[in-house]
Design a protein around this ligand. Structure first.
Ligand code: ATP
Length: 481
């Protein structure tokens, strides 16, 4: 069930503690644009870093039993506009929209979401259901932001802010192939900003107009493509589970044939039950795109984007010995030369961040400084994703404890994002860290000065262990990586 209250609490916590702010808020903000504050930027960076580490630097073994081969890329946001003509975005990246002609409303709504969009004049009803609503027929609205490159602002200077990072990867396929000695099957990954002029940005950061994507284009031969599709679908689903999204709120849903793009041979959505909705919503799509994209770019650019399978040719070349014409012809055709098939796991960094924020929010009862049970708000982030890994507290703010705490803090800070807090009662300090999801609080007390040990308190279980101060870094390392 949708939980508007929970969503309200979360948005308020994000604002209060510096995770996410409305963009340019001092000027009234701008719909669909959000800024990440000190904790938000740390959380989102940890998510992107975890993705990069697990998908690019140290990916799992593929269905062929070998570690998946991956390389990275960072393309520009503005590209030659022909990229978007070839990909079909100039002609077809649109949503149907309707306008309300009613005086005082003049709203613009996505036609396919009318029954989920409240009427601005009467929010208790959906758009179109209030007697004053006067809606136009649906019209197509292109979601790409346009700009001009250079001094002239005419049609020849029109360019677009990329609506996805994927096309930059296809446009560079040949460059990567020619320069990095990769062989099929391999993937190219990119993390970066994308822009869509969404008609109804809403649900906090879920549907923004500027957002970040984490995309992989994985190139393989057609015969193994279905195996790779299943591999990526499962790998990506398990990645979210491993980082704390619970299986009752997360689902892997195969799209029906009607839902899929005409060129896609299979497509699955990884969906999450956000508190703002009754229905599961897309977090990430994994699509088997055939050779559609490379085919389109080959056609529009006039450049050869095929792959030559030299290993296979070397193995078979003997068959063509003595017949140069047959060898030449064979080399130009499958199974030696062909357009690779593409599997695309396409995730949104902001949506993932929002899902981890929603999943982490929790309230329980815990004793305060006087032993009375109080409601406590905590963010149960996976330690690897938590913005701050540990907080260091001297029990007393005077005497030798702050000195020892300061030393430990500086030692930890070389390796982890840690906080130092000596203000107020210890219980209050714990609460402040619980609310921002810090998994461990390290306290320096009287025994620390005598024995060189500290207590480490676990955010979720409230259990405390005593550890030698010199061992804290290794103790943390084991848990937050
Ligand atoms: P939706 O149906 O929600 O508009 P989509 O199917 O158009 O999404 P894709 O084009 O497949 O999305 O983009 C891949 C991923 O990028 C999505 O799964 C999502 O995580 C993210 N994404 C897409 N649009 C937005 C947006 N407006 N705001 C935030 N993230 C987005």
């Amino acid at each position: 069930m949708a939980d508007a209250k929970l969503m309200e609490k979360l948005v308020s916590l994000c604002k209060r503690r510096g995770f996410i702010f409305p963009s340019s808020e001092i000027y009234g903000g701008l719909g669909g644009f959000w800024d990440y504050g000190p904790l938000g930027v740390a959380l989102k960076k940890n998510i992107k870093d975890a993705w990069w580490q697990d998908m690019v630097i140290d990916p799992p073994d593929g269905p062929d039993g070998r570690q998946v081969e991956m390389v990275g890329l960072d393309c520009t946001i503005i590209m030659n506009p022909n990229v978007w003509k070839a990909s079909g975005h100039v002609g077809g990246f649109s949503d149907p929209m309707v306008d309300c002609r009613t005086e005082g409303c003049k709203s613009r709504i996505r036609a396919d979401q009318i029954d989920q969009t409240p009427c601005p004049l009467k929010p208790s009803k959906c758009a179109g259901q209030f007697e004053k609503c006067d809606l136009t027929e649906p019209r197509e609205f292109n979601l790409m932001f346009q700009t001009y490159v250079g001094a002239l602002q005419d049609a020849s200077a029109v360019a677009y802010l990329r609506p996805e990072t994927a096309q930059g990867i296809f446009a560079n396929f040949k460059n990567v192939l020619d320069t990095s000695r990769v062989k099929l099957p391999f993937g190219i990954a990119q993390v970066g900003k994308s822009f869509r002029n969404e008609i109804n940005p809403r649900n906090f950061t879920f549907r923004s107009r500027e957002f970040e994507q984490m995309e992989i284009e994985f190139f393989c031969d057609d015969a193994s493509a279905m195996d790779w599709y299943r591999f990526w679908r499962d790998t990506r689903y398990n990645w979210y589970v491993r980082h704390g999204l619970k299986s009752d709120k997360l689902q892997l849903r195969d799209q029906t044939e009607d839902e899929r793009a005409h060129y896609a041979q299979a497509c699955a959505d990884i969906e999450y039950l956000f508190p703002f909705s009754e229905e599961m919503q897309e977090l990430e799509g994994v699509a088997h795109r055939g050779c559609y994209d490379l085919g389109k770019h080959q056609e529009h650019s006039g450049k050869d984007l095929t792959y030559f399978d030299d290993d296979r040719w070397q193995a078979d070349a003997a068959q063509y010995k003595g017949d140069k014409d047959a060898a030449k012809k064979a080399k130009e055709n499958p199974p030696y030369r062909f357009l690779p098939t593409v599997i695309e796991p396409s995730a949104g960094a902001d949506r993932a961040t929002l899902a981890f924020l929603c999943e982490a929010y929790c309230e329980d009862q815990a004793p305060d400084d006087k032993g009375n049970m109080q409601t406590r708000v905590l963010m149960k982030f996976h330690p690897r994703l938590a913005p701050i890994k540990a907080a260091v507290f001297p029990l007393m703010s005077k005497g030798e404890m702050p000195e020892m705490a300061g030393r430990l803090y500086r030692q930890l800070k070389h390796r982890f994002n840690v906080a130092y807090d000596d203000k107020g009662a210890i219980g209050r300090r714990y609460r402040r860290q619980d609310e921002i999801g810090t998994p461990y609080c390290v306290t320096i007390d009287g025994d620390s000065l005598e024995q060189g040990t500290v207590t480490i308190r676990d955010r979720d279980t409230l259990e405390q262990v005593r550890v030698q101060a010199d061992d804290v870094a290794a103790w943390l390392d084991e848990r937050v990586r």
